[in-house]
Design a protein around this ligand. Structure first.
Ligand code: UD1
Length: 383
């Protein structure tokens, strides 16, 4: 009997924790399903890509399209050209895309034009903000998909409001939480002091970090509205360096894009020399999870971290004007508040969150078994 041929796609860092449990779950159906993993190469630095494959036990990609950095059109266009050849060579029955990065959109369009079944894991998220490249990627992937795997009822409603037939929507839960639960105990065994000393950014000042593991805040920042405009980034650096880090040590894990912008705007020195800021390079999955597990508060503009904070119970200041993940917000029972890039709002939310105890807020089906549910659906198609 011919096996079902599934080709899944990753491109950028937030995809890796979503594909790891999916690849593993498909292994359990090897007699009926053949799996091919494609990496578009959007993220290529060792610590943005390879280190996740190693830590999360993701199989070596069968194909790497080597697309690299560029404008959105360059990334999407080059991915489509290279992926079209890959699809024609391997002839999948299904292409599975995850999340909302440029690889998601490019490969969704290509798969559909090649008349291949398309499935989207993490479907139905909407910020309703079309200035976000990710929102465009989500809408395109969802509109073209034959199977839409969602992580909450809000996502289902968003899809139905856009006219997606209900029978294509499968609520399966949050696949990223599978990875979180699989790594939680290994992460807990790590020492935050070693995470800091082992990853200090070049030029960082080595300071006494005794006791830091008992009380700190964790910070990540990479979205264009926060890091691509000098005035926005400068106000944020001033807030972190002059105010927030005076109250609690701030461990700031710096994305390559942010580092580039800090350098370009002449702000890196200020961040590096602030006595309460510990600047570290991009961290591995477990290292960041460890920081989240012990942080008094997380400040971030990432989507995934907002979700992880809910499951771990870490109060979270989300430095964005909107979110495609409203289920993470306090008003929906979550642990996060939206502040945008406004320094006054961030300051207030930070103080408010510092007073709040950790409180787990786990939505239904965010239980660590999402990949199994998805694999079972494909196994049903294969039978
Ligand atoms: C991408 C995703 C974003 C996700 C983020 C997580 C899109 C549209 N955006 O944004 O949704 O939250 O990944 O990281 O897909 N760079 C390196 N090394 C790398 C990768 C990037 O130095 O391995 C630098 C390059 O200068 C590059 C810049 O970072 O130009 C931005 O990378 P890019 O992949 O375009 O977007 P991200 O900001 O990482």
């Amino acid at each position: 009997m011919r096996k079902l041929r599934i080709m899944s796609v990753v491109g950028a860092r937030p995809n890796f924790m979503k594909i790891a449990p999916f690849a593993r779950a498909l292994d359990g159906y090897a007699s009926g399903i053949t799996h091919c993993l494609v990496h578009t190469g959007q993220h290529y630095d060792r610590e943005m890509s390879e280190s996740f494959f190693a830590a999360l036990n993701i199989p070596e990609p069968d194909v790497n399209l080597g697309v690299g950095s560029g404008t959105h059109a360059e990334q999407v266009g080059q991915t489509m050209i290279a992926f079209e050849k890959t699809v024609r060579d391997w002839k999948p029955d299904w292409v599975v895309v995850v999340g909302d990065v440029n690889a998601t959109c490019a490969c969704a369009i290509t798969a559909k034009k090649e008349h291949v079944g398309l499935a989207h894991i993490e479907a139905g998220l909407r910020s309703f903000d079309l200035t976000m490249p990710e929102e465009i990627n989500r809408i395109v992937a969802d509109r073209l998909s034959d199977l839409l795997f969602t992580h909450c009822a809000i996502a289902d409603r968003n899809l139905m409001a856009e006219g997606i037939p209900e029978n294509k929507i499968k609520r399966v839960g949050n696949i990223m939480i599978d990875t979180l639960e699989q790594n939680r105990s290994m992460a807990l065994a790590l020492d935050p002091r070693e995470i800091i000393s082992g990853n200090l950014l070049e030029g960082g000042i080595v300071r006494d970090i005794t006791g830091i593991e008992n009380r700190y805040a964790a910070l990540t920042l990479h979205r264009p509205p926060n890091v691509d405009r000098r005035d926005a980034l400068e106000s944020l650096v001033n807030l972190f360096a002059d105010e927030l880090s005076a109250e609690i040590p701030l461990i700031w894990t710096v994305h390559p894009r942010t580092k580039k912008q800090l350098e370009a705007f002449g702000l890196l020195r200020k961040a590096l020399s602030a006595p309460g800021i510990y600047l570290v390079g991009p961290l591995g999955y477990r290292e960041l999870l460890r920081l989240n597990l012990g942080a008094s508060v997380v400040l971030t503009d990432s989507g995934g971290l907002q979700e992880e904070c809910c499951v771990l119970g870490t109060p979270c200041v989300t430095m964005r004007e909107n979110t495609e993940r409203p289920i993470t917000l306090q008003e929906e029972g979550g642990v996060s508040v939206l502040t945008g890039s406004d320094v006054g709002k961030i300051r207030n939310a930070f103080h408010e969150m510092l007073r709040q105890p950790r409180r787990e807020a786990r939505p239904p089906l965010w239980d660590g078994h999402t990949a199994e549910r998805i694999a079972e659906i494909f196994a049903g198609i294969a039978r």
